[in-house]
Ligand binder design. Structure first.
Ligand SMILES: [Cu+2]
Length: 150
């Protein structure tokens, strides 16, 4: 637990310098708190690429498994399934939210409590095949931050 907390503090430091040369910017990130017995959570955010990118996925020390998921209607049933890599067009925000694409966090390493933050790293591939990462500190809260609501 102590190492987990230490990494939270570090991630906060990195976030304050969301690098000007990063391949993408992220706004309105949040992750849902869990209730007792719940094994998974969702993380949501809006990602805007500065150059043509492919979002390969995410990872977090707070979750053993992170997958990109997509909510989709099949007949009249809303279903969730793993999505493939997502292309990002420069300047065109990709919204990951509760009703569409989202990061599914499973095998949680600690309870997600409102008011805490989880370190989260995004992985991208550029047009030349070079892989880069962007580190975030994602607040755990019950609803989307106001600026990202529509
Ligand atoms: Cu999901």
């Amino acid at each position: 637990m102590r190492t987990f907390l230490a990494s939270l503090v570090l991630a906060g430091t990195v976030l304050s310098a969301q690098a000007a040369d990063a391949p993408a910017t992220v706004q309105g990130a949040w992750a849902r708190p869990i209730v007792a017995g719940q094994q998974s959570s969702g993380a949501y955010m809006t990602i805007t690429a500065r150059e043509p990118l492919t979002l390969l996925g995410g990872e977090s020390p707070a979750a053993g498994i992170v997958e990109i998921h997509q909510m989709k209607m099949e007949g009249d049933i809303m279903k969730m399934r793993a999505a493939a890599d997502l292309p990002l067009a420069p300047g065109k925000p990709l919204q990951l939210g509760p009703g569409g694409y989202h990061f599914m966090l499973m095998d949680l390493q600690a309870p997600f409590k409102a008011g805490t933050q989880i370190p989260f790293t995004l992985r991208f591939r550029d047009a030349k095949g070079k892989v880069s990462t962007l580190r975030l500190s994602v607040p755990v809260q019950a609803a989307a931050p106001r600026e990202s609501r529509q």
